[in-house]
Design a protein around this ligand. Structure first.
Ligand code: MN
Length: 418
């Protein structure tokens, strides 16, 4: 696959995040228009509600794009997804006869406000990068018990909160919680002092299931992917997590990037999962290359200062793919629905600079990292802006994700003193 040229000139640079090969889906509004569906091309957005209204996307009788979410498109299923992508590729390709008509329907991204691209029906988060699980397990339980005995057999996950998912740019408020350090006699009520990020990818389920599905069926159900920051209060987590897993530590907020990069755009970047240390049971086995080669980066900008890169890793570092996580999720008969969001789990590579959370980067606060500004960090400080970046690099083109960003605001006064 090489760069597909578009008549939108800004889409044709080798490092442009949104070339014709990408066509990610979002929900945007402008000063003059309510939130509606759009597709990114170069530094512009094609207003799909307007294009549909003009009869340029005649795929269904019902209108699909005049709503502020992509769930209706997802529900139509993979045949419609493919037809839509083919039609948009045709319309935006160099030489398209509809160019003059479409030019009037482009909105500069700089003038648009982005919204959550879909209604998040439910949110599940996993723990599926072996480097991350080994690092965290070593810190929490010691090196002998780092990986729980089930880890190499099932993708471990917990049911999160759809209500806490926010779009990039939303400010995050430092939470209060019940904290108890290993040397404290009793827990106390205080703002989290160990607030952290988690670098993840989010897979969006596009079609429903009722009963167990195979890994191949699960893969076909996935509509696309976003970058995901699972904000985490480590001090709340350490005290509350046994025996049922994280609860309030993960419930403050989860940020996602505003553009859904479709599975179709990522097809050329498929890559194998790592060698299996224990053979997986047949229903979880890989059915081809299950991961994607996506370069990931996290930057941290202290308030009013330039950003420093604090981690660089790759989605191919995962042990379990999203399709395997989704298949496992259905084994009990759990129904899945369009708009279900699956967090990959923190993505860490084997090297220290490849760790996707400050918990690991600073080794529980024992080894603070130094930013380019000379400041150090063990965990996040008020005013810090965290930004996740993601890109798959093809031959002469890039599939970009659009940033996933959030700024940490200071804790409010004690919410119970009123
Ligand atoms: Mn997580």
């Amino acid at each position: 696959m090489t760069l597909l040229n578009s008549w939108v000139a800004s889409a044709n640079a080798p490092d442009a995040p949104f070339p014709l090969n990408n066509l990610p889906y979002g929900v945007f509004s402008t000063a003059d228009s309510d939130p509606r569906c759009g597709v990114a091309i170069g530094d512009m957005i094609l207003d799909l509600a307007a294009a549909e209204d003009a009869g340029l996307i005649p795929l269904t009788e019902a209108l699909l794009f005049d709503v502020p979410f992509w769930n209706e498109v997802m529900e139509e299923g993979p045949a419609l997804w493919a037809a839509l992508r083919a039609r948009l590729t045709e319309l935006l390709a160099e030489g398209a006869p509809e160019k003059a008509e479409l030019e009037a329907l482009l909105v500069p991204q700089a003038e648009a406000e982005m919204h959550l691209p879909f209604l998040v029906s439910e949110f599940t988060d996993f723990y599926a990068s072996k480097n991350h699980a080994t690092n965290v397990g070593t810190m929490f339980r010691g090196p002998e018990n780092a990986l729980p005995p089930n880890w190499l057999h099932i993708p471990i996950g917990y049911n999160g909160r759809a209500s806490s998912v926010v779009v990039s740019g939303t400010e995050i408020r430092r939470p209060w919680g019940q904290l108890k350090g290993p040397n404290d006699d009793a827990p106390r009520w205080a703002p989290s002092a160990r607030f952290d990020l988690e670098l993840e990818m989010g897979a969006i389920v596009g079609t429903a299931s009722d009963g167990p599905v195979t890994v191949a069926e699960a893969d076909a159900m996935i509509f696309g992917y976003v970058l995901l920051n699972d904000w985490s209060a480590r001090d709340i987590q350490a005290w509350e997590y046994q025996p049922l897993g994280p609860f309030q530590a993960k419930a403050t907020a989860t940020s996602i990037s505003p553009w859904i990069v479709t599975k179709a755009a990522l097809e050329p970047f498929r890559t194998d999962t790592p060698a299996r240390e224990k053979e997986l049971l047949p229903h979880l086995k890989d059915c081809g290359p299950m991961l994607y080669d996506i370069e990931l980066e996290v930057t941290l900008a202290p308030e009013g200062k330039a950003p420093s890169t604090i981690a660089r890793t790759n989605y191919k570092e995962m042990y379990y793919s999203s399709a395997q996580q989704l298949a496992h999720h259905t084994t009990s008969g759990c129904p899945m629905n369009p708009g279900d969001l699956l967090g990959s789990g923190t993505i860490s590579g084997p090297e220290k600079h490849q760790r996707g959370a400050l918990l690991e980067l600073s080794w529980g606060g024992k080894e603070p990292i130094t930013l380019d500004t000379g400041e150090t960090r063990s965990f996040l400080e008020d005013g810090d802006t965290l930004t996740l970046h993601g890109a798959a690099k093809g031959a002469g083109y890039t599939i970009g994700f659009g940033d996933c960003s959030g700024t940490l605001l200071p804790a409010l006064a004690d919410p119970y003193k009123r």
